[in-house]
Design a protein around this ligand. Structure first.
Ligand code: ZN
Length: 144
């Protein structure tokens, strides 16, 4: 349950749950942008710079599509979204040490397999879990 049922009505009846999820995330992005715009007293938002987790399951194209839909009539209407993707890290379940993973895919199962190929941790164990790499964050925006 995502808690954003108020926006479900925009979806086609056959829409899958992930569509609702993307719609909800997009609404949250828009709300955040509009709140910042109001605080900064700007009247027009041109671009949003977002960081998107590889494991978020979100597609940039979909988010831009929903954003265009939801932002109509607001000061962020027509804004271009820019995405920078970020990856999860590997965390040792034994000692808690983390390390970056040089890898590039949005398939969660591929990331899990990747963990099994890592060299042992400095503590001598090889028991890793993924940390981070989810969610979508608004870094900056261009406005006037
Ligand atoms: Zn360790």
């Amino acid at each position: 349950m995502c808690g954003w049922t108020g926006f479900v009505k925009h979806c086609a009846p056959s829409a899958q749950r992930c569509d609702v999820h993307e719609l909800a995330i997009t609404q949250a992005i828009l709300d955040t942008a509009l709140r910042h715009a109001e605080q900064a007293r700007v009247t027009s938002v041109h671009a949003l710079y977002l960081r998107l987790g590889e494991l978020s399951g979100l597609a940039p194209d979909s988010i831009q599509f929903y954003f265009d839909l939801l932002s109509k009539g607001t000061c962020a209407e027509g804004a271009q979204l820019h995405f920078e993707r970020f990856s999860p890290r590997a965390r040792c379940r034994v000692c808690g040490a983390t390390r970056g993973l040089a890898f590039d895919t949005s398939a969660a199962s591929a990331w899990s397999r990747r963990l099994g190929l890592l060299e042992s941790c400095a503590c001598g164990k090889s028991d890793f879990e993924l940390e981070g790499g989810t969610g979508c964050f608004l870094d900056a925006m261009e406005a006037e």
